[in-house]
Design a protein around this ligand. Structure first.
Ligand code: AMP
Length: 284
């Protein structure tokens, strides 16, 4: 497996790896790889001729006061994971080679970037869209694999890829959860044992909502209130609980078709996000 640390070297290697008869896959990550990331890499290696895993904690998507400095970094173990899983290349650029002095170009997807996490993390999605475009430009993938865990990110990147005619197929991958339901996240490493137990409330509330909707509840306000009550009981500070259209991310008041319920909540100092598909009972 090659380990590459600049966009220029990555582009050279990508030109060699990219072939017409077998797709080149990209799995963008910020490292601290866990089973969620591994599911993306496994899917990519099963579907592509060669796979690049990028490992880059992108400073542009962290606002001042967020956890850029303390974000878990396990680089050597991540390389080993990529190697074991059959990646052709780990692309791990330094921040200084991604954003050298004078860097001044940004990608904005203002509509899809505004709601949900966008209204709580200033500049976050501008940083995400920009880095993913730069990763596409260096890695030249045919396909890129993203988790539904970051649902807003997935929808927004699909929009960017379409709007800018990037010719990359965005492949959504399901959320991988621990046995007790909690969605795997690199940030779970911040949780104490007691917080880890309280964090279960997030996925429990989401799965309860899914059941409630499947049983016939249609009114978002009731479902959201029940979720807020459960999170409050777990001592969680909530950024948002919303039910949105899966494509436009606009709020849905009455659930008449598939919808996405999304949560961002703090357990202690750790901000966690999770989401779930809601499907109303078929009354036809
Ligand atoms: P991150 O390293 O957190 O930026 O995540 C890199 C990619 O892995 C993103 O596409 C995430 O959505 C995806 N991912 C993270 N956690 C999970 C999970 N629990 N299940 C599925 N995909 C995940």
């Amino acid at each position: 497996m090659k380990v590459v640390d600049t966009p220029q070297k990555m582009r050279k290697l990508a030109e060699f790896l990219r072939r017409d008869d077998a797709p080149l896959g990209l799995v963008p990550t910020m490292g601290a790889l866990h089973e969620g990331h591994k599911s993306l890499i496994a899917r990519a290696t099963s579907e592509c001729g060669a796979v690049v895993v990028s490992i880059f904690v992108n400073p542009a998507q962290f606002a001042a006061g967020e956890d850029y400095d303390t974000y878990p970094r396990t680089f050597e173990a991540d390389l080993e994971t990529c190697r074991e899983m059959g990646a052709a290349c780990a692309y791990a650029p330094k921040a200084s080679s991604m954003y050298p002095g004078g860097y001044d170009t940004w990608v904005d997807v203002p509509g899809l970037g505004a709601p949900l996490c966008g209204s709580h993390r200033a500049g976050h999605f501008r940083g995400v869209a920009t880095v993913v475009l730069k990763l596409f430009s260096a890695c030249l993938p045919h396909r890129a694999y993203f988790g539904e865990k970051d649902y807003q990110q997935l929808v927004l990147l699909r929009r960017m890829t379409h709007d800018l005619d990037l010719g990359v197929e965005i492949v959504p991958c399901p959320i991988i959860r621990e046995e007790d339901g909690i969605a795997l996240s690199s940030r779970n490493a911040y949780l104490s044992a007691e917080e880890r137990l309280r964090a279960r409330a997030i996925s429990v509330a989401l799965f309860d909502a899914k059941k409630t909707v499947a049983a016939g509840e249609r009114f978002s306000v009731a479902i959201i209130q029940s979720c807020l009550d459960k999170l409050k009981k777990a001592g969680s500070r909530v950024d948002y609980v919303e039910i949105v259209d899966p494509a436009t991310l606009e709020r849905v008041e009455t659930i008449n078709g598939a919808a996405r319920m999304a949560v961002a909540a703090y357990i202690g100092e750790t901000r966690l996000i999770d989401n779930i598909l809601l499907e109303p009972r078929d009354e036809a």
